[in-house]
Design a binder for this molecule. Structure first.
Ligand code: NOJ
Length: 549
C-alpha cells in the first residue's frame, strides 16, 4: 500500500508557509500508524517551482524550500527505521529551463549540451503545431532569440523537453538514478514516462488527431528500448520498485511496460479511471452533468484488472496531486454523506487487486476547497488555462465553475492536522489557502473518534495486511448492469470474500446472487449495523466486506 505525500502541503517546520522535510520527519509516526508500507514523495529536488517541483534545476540537490540533503538523509533513516519504504519522483521527460544543461544548451548551437533538448532552427520555418499542457498560448514550441531556434516544451516554457535520443543524456539520467539508489531510496515513480520517446521529425498532426496525445506525442519508436536500457543500467542493480505514470497508456499496450519478462518497469498507473465522467478534449474539463456513470467506472476497473490476470501487476487510485479530492469527485462531500462515502471509496481501494496508491489527506475525508476567484489558485495549469481562455474570449465563469470540481489545487491544500490556527500545518502564511472546513475535518479530532474516517482507513489497511485474498485473490465482478451498486468477489484457494458498495446517497436493496452464502460477521462495514439476509438493505454509501463460505 503506497501512501502519497505532497511535501509542500504536508507539514511546515520553519514557519515559511511551505511544507518541508523536517516537518515530514515530525509526522513519520503518524504515517507509520496508518498501516501503509511505502511512501511516495512528490519531487523534492532543486527547482524554481514553476510547476511545484516538476521543473527540476538540480536532480542531485534538495529544494531549498524543503531543506537540505542532511534533512533528507535523516528522513530516509527515520522511514527505514519504521519499516517504511520511500519512492521518489523521477521527472525526466523535461527539466527546468534553469537547469545547467539547458542554460548551456540555449547558449549556442555548437554547445556540447545543445542536443540535450529538442531544437528546431528558425531557418526551417515554424515547427509543426504541438499543443502544450501549461502554456499561456497553448504552444509547445518557444522561440529563443539567442540561437534563433524553437525549443520543445510539452509542459510550461520553463519545462523544456529532454532529448532522450542523445545517449549522453540517457547516461546522465541513469547515473543520477544510481546516485539516489546508492543513498538507499526504494524506488521511483516516473513522471509522464511514455513521453520520453517521441517522433522527433515532428510531422504535422493528422486530421484525425483529437487530443489523443498518447499516440501522437508520446510512445515514440524508442520508448521500450530506453526503458529496457534504464532497467539494465539502473533499476536491475538494486532491490527497488518502479511505477510509471501511465499518461496515455492504453489497455492494449500496458503489458509492454510491466510484463516482467520484458524487464522494464514493475507497475503503471493508468488514466482511464480519471477520465470517467469527463468530456474528452473539453477545455473546461467539465464533468458530465448529473455525476459520473458507475457503469463506466465498473467497466474501466474490471477491464484493467483483467489485463493483469496472467502476468504483470496493476495499481488502483482515486486521487493524487493532479486530481480533485477523492471524496468530492467520486463520493458525496455533503456533511451527511462525506464520512460514509469516503469510507466506501477507501474500501474499494483496499479491496481491489493491485497496489493501492492512497493520497495523503484522503484518510481524513478532505474535500475540494472550491475557490471562486482565479487569484486563489496557485497552480500553473489553472492559471494558464484561464489566461488562454481569456485571450480567446471564452466563458470564464463556466471555466471557474468547472475548476471547482476538477482543478488540481483542490487536492493540494495543506494537510489538516488539528483545529488550531492554520490547521497545525504552519505558523506562517500557508502557500495555498487552507480549506476552512479544517475546524471540523482534521486528524486530531479523528484520532479521538473510533468511528472516524481515519480509523476506518487504519482498519482497512490492517485487514488487507491480514488477508492475502484481498491482495492477490482473483477478482470477479457481480451484477455488472447494476448502475448503483458495485459488487465483486475476491477468491484465493478456500478464501472467498464479497465486497458490496452502494455508490449512491440513497438506501438500496441488493439481492445476494444465487450460490453465495455469507460466512460470518462482516470484516468491514462503514455503518454500525448490518442485517444479513437474502437481500441486503444497504444504507447510503454503505460498504461491506463479507466473508463467504
Ligand atoms: C505529471 C505530474 O503528476 C504533474 O503534477 C506535472 O505537472 C506534470 N506531470 C509535468 O511534470
Amino acid at each position: 500500500m503506497v501512501y502519497q505525500v505532497y511535501p509542500r502541503s504536508y507539514q511546515d517546520s520553519n514557519g515559511d508557509g511551505v511544507g518541508d522535510l523536517r516537518g515530514l520527519i515530525s509526522r513519520l509516526d503518524y504515517i507509520k500508524s496508518l498501516g501503509v508500507n511505502v511512501i511516495w514523495l512528490n519531487p523534492i529536488f532543486g527547482s524554481p517551482n514553476d510547476d511545484n517541483g516538476y521543473d527540476i534545476s538540480d536532480y542531485r540537490a534538495i529544494m531549498k524550500d524543503f531543506g537540505t540533503m542532511q534533512d533528507f538523509d535523516e528522513l530516509l533513516k527515520g522511514m527505514h527505521q519504521r519499516g517504511l519504504k520511500v519512492v521518489l519522483d523521477l521527472v525526466v521527460n523535461h527539466s527546468s529551463d534553469e537547469h545547467e544543461w539547458f542554460k548551456q544548451s540555449r547558449s549556442s548551437r555548437t554547445n556540447p549540451y545543445r542536443d540535450y533538448y529538442h531544437w528546431w532552427p528558425a531557418e526551417k520555418g515554424t515547427p509543426n503545431k504541438r499543443q502544450s499542457f501549461f502554456d499561456v498560448k497553448g504552444d509547445a514550441w518557444a522561440y529563443d532569440p539567442t540561437t534563433k531556434a524553437y525549443y520543445l516544451h510539452y509542459f510550461s516554457r520553463k519545462q523544456p523537453d529532454l532529448n532522450w535520443e542523445n545517449p549522453k543524456l540517457r547516461e546522465e539520467i541513469y547515473s543520477m538514478m544510481r546516485f539516489w539508489f546508492d543513498k538507499g531510496i526504494d524506488g521511483f515513480r516516473m513522471d509522464v514516462i511514455p513521453f520520453i520517446s517521441k517522433d522527433t521529425t515532428f510531422p504535422p498532426l493528422p486530421a484525425q488527431y483529437h487530443g489523443d496525445f498518447g499516440r501522437y506525442y508520446a510512445n515514440g519508436p524508442h520508448l521500450h528500448e530506453y526503458l529496457q536500457e534504464m532497467n539494465r543500467e539502473a533499476l536491475s542493480k538494486y532491490d527497488v520498485m518502479s511505477v510509471a505514470e501511465g499518461a496515455g497508456v492504453t489497455q492494449a499496450d500496458a503489458l509492454q511496460f510491466v510484463d516482467p519478462a520484458r524487464k522494464e518497469l514493475n507497475m503503471l498507473y493508468h488514466f482511464e479511471g480519471m477520465g470517467v465522467g469527463l468530456v474528452p478534449g473539453n477545455k473546461y474539463r467539465m464533468r458530465t452533468p448529473g455525476r459520473y456513470s458507475l457503469l463506466d467506472f465498473k467497466r474501466v476497473y474490471t477491464k484493467w484488472d483483467s489485463i493483469f490476470a496472467r502476468t504483470g501487476w496493476g495499481t488502483v487510485y482515486l486521487g493524487n496531486h493532479d486530481q480533485p479530492r477523492m471524496t468530492t469527485r467520486w463520493g458525496d462531500d455533503r456533511p451527511e454523506f462525506r464520512a460514509p462515502s469516503s469510507k466506501l471509496l477507501t474500501t474499494f481501494l483496499l479491496t481491489m487487486r493491485g497496489t493501492p496508491y492512497y493520497y495523503g489527506g484522503d484518510e481524513l475525508g478532505m474535500t475540494n476547497i472550491r475557490f471562486t476567484n482565479i487569484k486563489d489558485y496557485q497552480d500553473i495549469e489553472t492559471r494558464n488555462m484561464y489566461a488562454q481562455l481569456k485571450g480567446e474570449g471564452g466563458d470564464l465563469t463556466k471555466f471557474l465553475a468547472a475548476q471547482q470540481l476538477t482543478a488540481r489545487d483542490n487536492g493540494r491544500t495543506p494537510f489538516q492536522w488539528d483545529a488550531t490556527a492554520n490547521a497545525g500545518f504552519t505558523t506562517g502564511k500557508p502557500w495555498l489557502t487552507i480549506n476552512p472546513n479544517y475546524a471540523q475535518i482534521n486528524a486530531a479530532a479523528e484520532e479521538k473518534d473510533p468511528n472516524s474516517i481515519l480509523n476506518y482507513f487504519r482498519k482497512a489497511t490492517a485487514l488487507r495486511r491480514q488477508h492475502k485474498v484481498l491482495v492477490y485473490g482473483q477478482y470477479q465482478l457481480l451484477d455488472a448492469a447494476n448502475p448503483n451498486i458495485y459488487a465483486y468477489t475476491r477468491t484465493q484457494g478456500n478464501d472467498k470474500v464479497l465486497v458490496v458498495l452502494n455508490f449512491t446517497s440513497e438506501k438500496r436493496d441488493w439481492a445476494l446472487p444465487a450460490g453465495l452464502t455469507l460466512g460470518g460477521a462482516p470484516w468491514l462495514n462503514n455503518y454500525p449495523t448490518f442485517a444479513a439476509g437474502a437481500t441486503l438493505a444497504l444504507l447510503p454509501w454503505q460498504a461491506l466486506v463479507l466473508p463467504l463460505r
